[in-house]
Ligand binder design. Structure first.
Ligand code: HEM
Length: 496
């Protein structure tokens, strides 16, 4: 009995010693922490980081929402470090103006997705593919619009069959990924590959490779990362599989290292990227890597947005008829063209309102401080800190939008399109970012999502599976990235 008491005492003594050591360490660190002056939402003791990080992992969006109403700048814990979150216009302006040597988007992206190891070292700093999207790709959306339409119809037929007069239940997110990835693949690499099941599966798996692999690889020290990427995630092997699909296309379009032809069905991302690259980067591997990166960038966000739009069409059914009326009138006059889709202002507003209420991440515009940085009010941010903007809270602020938690599908109709059209960049609404890194693919994404929604509206009746009309809740990735409910189904029935 006595010896049992003794061992209990020693356990308590060790625990007390450990706790005291943590407190001392925390106090010392707190004194040294250069971010100490920035208010904290959630636990502020660094020794509580493991627990607090768990809190952020589940409730980060609520913490950011709370911080937004209390401070123009604050911090929360995230994976054993701080995430500094800003919202005030002055801070946003500083963020926008900061040079790449001060606050870097590519480095923040690399830290989050470990692209150096999940795709290729240095890729996030290369601009060839970004310039291709900004320039030649965006110029070709209208030209290649008939193919988008064709691919979208084929993808719908795949999902629902040609003639369905009964209600069919389809998994909303999975179906959105199916349609978006097919339309994207048709646009990027042409009809042959978008119809090749194996290629499409490999590209979809690559997205998962980046999300899961990136997270696991980030847990290892820098020197071990290449080994883990090679041994566990087989990044090289995955790239080689994509190369095998792209090689014959490149060979068929050119016999030496000169420009690839861009006529007819060769007018796609493979030729655009090849022709934009200097001689030493005109390799199958280089093109495969860039195609993978763009396909990943193009698929996840657009599929999530389409899922939210479909769920909202099914939930807020009173918008269906006015939208059908707008779409039919425009299509009767102009046919199915990009210009016609651009003219669909009610649909545009419906998509934007969906982004505002359902689509936005709690933390947007991620940046990594590459050197010490000081905001214009004197707030100091040390090198290595991660920063973000409380985008979702801004989108739902009653000072900007009346009844902000209410879905008003036509909220943006009649408002200045330069500021409130879906593709407009606006420091009060940052779903596509701001400044030099603002999403270059937004014109394609919005054309594609509006086109798919418009075709579904004209061809199908749509409703929720829930008889009470309850929209399925969003889910949160790592507590701060909004994702549509992946289990949600919707019901579609072909219109007669
Ligand atoms: C609804 C769909 C989409 C959303 C919400 C979205 C959102 C974003 C955001 C927030 C950024 C970062 C901006 C910043 O931090 O300032 C970004 C960057 C980027 N997006 Fe998108 N995006 C979408 C679709 C697409 C598509 C379809 C493509 C490809 C064709 C694409 C290609 C890119 C690229 C290449 C970048 C990096 C730009 C750079 O590094 O300068 N995105 N996107």
């Amino acid at each position: 009995m006595l010896s049992q008491d003794k061992s209990l005492v020693s356990v308590y003594s060790v625990a007390l010693l450990f706790f005291s050591a943590l407190c001392v360490k925390s106090i010392l660190r707190k004194r040294r922490d250069p971010l100490e002056k920035i208010p904290t939402v959630g636990p502020s003791r660094l020794w509580l980081h493991p627990l607090a990080s768990l809190g952020t992992f589940f409730h980060g969006h609520q913490m950011i929402q709370e911080g937004y109403y209390r401070y123009p700048i604050f911090k929360i814990t995230r994976c054993f470090s701080w995430l500094v979150v800003v919202s005030g216009q002055e801070y946003l302006e500083d963020l926008r103006k900061a040079s790449a040597e001060q606050l870097s988007f590519p480095e923040a992206l690399n830290k989050a997705g470990q692209f150096d190891h999940t795709i290729s070292p240095g890729l996030v700093h290369d601009v060839i593919h970004i310039n291709a999207v900004r320039g030649v790709m965006n110029r070709n959306i209208a030209t290649r619009f008939p193919e988008l339409l064709d691919e979208m119809d084929q993808a719908m037929d795949d999902l629902l069959g040609k003639a369905t007069e009964a209600w069919v239940s389809i998994p909303c997110y999975k179906s959105a990924v199916h349609i978006i990835s097919r339309v994207g693949a048709r646009f990027f690499v042409g009809a042959k590959l978008s119809a090749t099941r194996r290629f499409m599966d490999i590209m979809l798996c690559y997205g998962i490779h980046i999300i899961k692999g990136g997270f696991v690889i980030s847990l290892f020290p820098e020197w071990l990362k290449p080994l883990v990427a090679h041994a566990i995630f087989n990044t090289e092997g995955k790239i080689r599989e994509v190369e095998d699909f792209i090689r014959p296309i490149i060979t068929e379009r050119c016999e030496d290292n000169s420009d690839l032809r861009t006529d007819g069905d060769a007018n796609d991302m493979i030729s655009w990227l090849w022709n934009a690259s200097p001689q030493e980067q005109r390799t199958v591997r280089d093109i495969a890597i860039r195609v993978i990166y763009l396909a990943v960038a193009a698929t996840h966000n657009s599929s999530s947005l389409l899922t939210h739009v479909l769920l909202n069409l099914a939930t807020y059914n009173t918008y269906v008829e006015p939208l059908r009326e707008e779409i039919s009138t425009i299509v009767q006059a102009d046919g199915w063209t990009k210009e016609a889709v651009d003219k669909m202002r009610k649909l545009d507003s419906f998509v934007k309102e969906t982004q505002r209420l359902h689509g936005g991440d709690a933390a947007m515009i991620i940046r990594l401080a590459m050197s010490d940085f000081t905001f214009s009010d004197g707030t100091f941010i040390p090198k290595g800190s991660s920063l973000a903007v409380s985008g979702r809270a801004m989108n739902q602020d009653e000072r900007c939008h009346t009844d902000p938690l209410e879905f008003q599908g036509f909220r943006f109709v009649g408002k200045d399109p330069l500021k409130w059209q879906t593709t407009a960049l606006n420091s009060e609404f940052m779903t596509f970012g701001v400044g030099r890194h603002a999403c270059p693919g937004r014109f394609f994404a919005i054309t594609e999502v509006k086109l798919i929604a418009a075709r579904i509206l004209l061809d199908y009746e749509i409703k929720l599976t829930d008889k009470q009309g309850q929209r399925p809740d969003n889910s949160w990735l790592a507590g701060i990235f909004a994702a549509p409910n992946k289990k949600a189904h919707i019901l579609l029935k072909r219109r007669v």
